[in-house]
Design a protein around this ligand. Sequence first.
Ligand code: AMP
Length: 621
Amino acid sequence: MCGSSPMNLIIFSVGRDSIANSQSIPKKKTEKAVWISVIGLMATNGYEGGLMMIEELTTNAQQIQDEELGEILSRNAGTEYLRGFLHGQTEKQLFKKNVPIVTYEDLKPYIDRIANGETSDILVAEPVTGFYLSSGTSGGQPKLIPVTAEYLKKGPLVGTFSEPPTMRHFGDINQAGKRMELMFARPEIETPSGLKAATFSTSMYSESKFRTNLPKLYTSPIETIFCPDPNQGLYCQLLFGLIQRDEVVKVGSLFASTVLRGIKFLENHWQELCYDIKTGRLSDWITDSGCRNAASLIMKPNPEQADLIESICNYKSWEGIIRKLWTKARYIGCICTGAMRQYTTELEFYCRGLPLVSAFYACSETFCGLNLEPLCKPCDISYTLLPNMAYFEFLPVKNERDESFEMKSNDEDTELVDLVNVKVGQCYELVVSTCAGLYRYKVGDVLMVSGFYNNAPQFQFLERKNVILSVDHEKTSETDLFKAVTEAKALLDPLGFILTEYTSYVDTSSAPGHYVLFWEIKGKEGKHCKELDPKIMVECCSRMEESLHYTYKIYRKRSIIAALEIRVVKQGSFEALMDYFVSRGTSLSQYKKPNCIKSEEALKLLDSRVMGKYFSPKSPL
Ligand code: AMP
């Protein structure tokens, strides 16, 4: 789902009214009590009401979870899907015993039937009103996630919680100024039954409340968000963000990769942007009529502003550029954990000193949790799961450090753990049941319990479950890869080079197969990556192999796996990769670069941009 901004906007600009008038006051006992206390508080204390509610929810986590499941079952036990397992019963124990743990693939036939026109009650008692399209770039095709009226009622709730922890530190930014957020909508698609499917972020940008409040709270006009060409939209969003730079109190996007995409785009276009600001005329290549109309309303010649921006961008080093351009920005808001953690070093370089805040953890299936310590370092971020968003269960997963852990041969034999019963230090795969027809559904995210806040557990995001490299029986996870890359790229840093992007795949075109890493490297302060000594790259290959897990090293020693290879690609290759996925329907707002390339075409795209290939010279053992 991942939609902090629109949600936040809705609740903080119109939220108090919508709470007061709410038809969605929960029927459930605990939640209702919490609501009553928060309505009064929010009327007088703003975001402190939200903080209070978080306290209540986390304190009553067990009870709220039980109520959440009770409600899901009492509504949906009669659906075709659940009837097969529960025979109309609604007891928690029966649910735990009989309802299988599933993936999207298991539910897909039911979801497809609804998308093709059958009645919703094969899966969910309430009518399905549409679908969210999950981004699908980390795992393959976008998924269709059913949406119902009850599910949509959770939206305003999310807004109530997701910003108060950040506002506690930075003040009420809605009162202080505007957000320069990069936002990109994708066209909706229509299913054969006539139901609409859109990414979560697109649905939020389409809300009338969002649109009404946009000019007051954001620098980007709606036309730039809905511009069919993301590059024209991005250019204009940067332009409007620069024109209104004195009002900007927050810079961000949903994901860290999109913020970096914006900075790189700025590096290539700042002179043109300054020229446009100076003359008050929009560049001719922006042909989208919506963007041009929006520009005509706001642009007027401003040579002074243009000169100031030019002098900042002209500076040799772009260290701290975000802070220099948007001097009143209090923080950068974007998700920077999980697949995004690889971008934090570079982002920290550009925002030097401005805190990076990764406020929440969410997916199209459900909102999950909040970061209650927004000022903590990206590597220490934990999310506290909110017990009123869905019914959460946890499938134990082997943690490298826990030798005593015994994996069962399949998930069916492993007992799921309830939210409040997870153990600190243990890793779990997240399993959710929602009011919109997902029952014991594996989201595909692996989390590690880092502690508790009141009675609600806090989790560090570890990795996507399905991203692994494997030549033989060894399995290399996203986290294994990240650690090895982190070790290896440390060799570049002192030489004035930064690894800006990486991805991987297993090359089995020759036997034995081997791991291939694509690296995009950038020179600091005007250096060109052609100046990079090939010996260093060979050393990076060795360092990566040394840092991979024991099984990999043994297999390498026995020549079951051939030498690891790094292919250095030209500048801009990963932007081209993003463009490729966006052209195939992925939302730029929700884009997550795959850490392992599975598409032939994406592979060809990267291979066509390779500048140098380097191999590890020897086995790491
Ligand atoms: P989507 O379904 O396209 O909205 O993507 C949701 C996925 O994005 C989640 O299942 C996670 O894998 C990832 N994600 C969302 N929020 C975070 C976060 N705070 N940290 C790490 N990964 C996240």
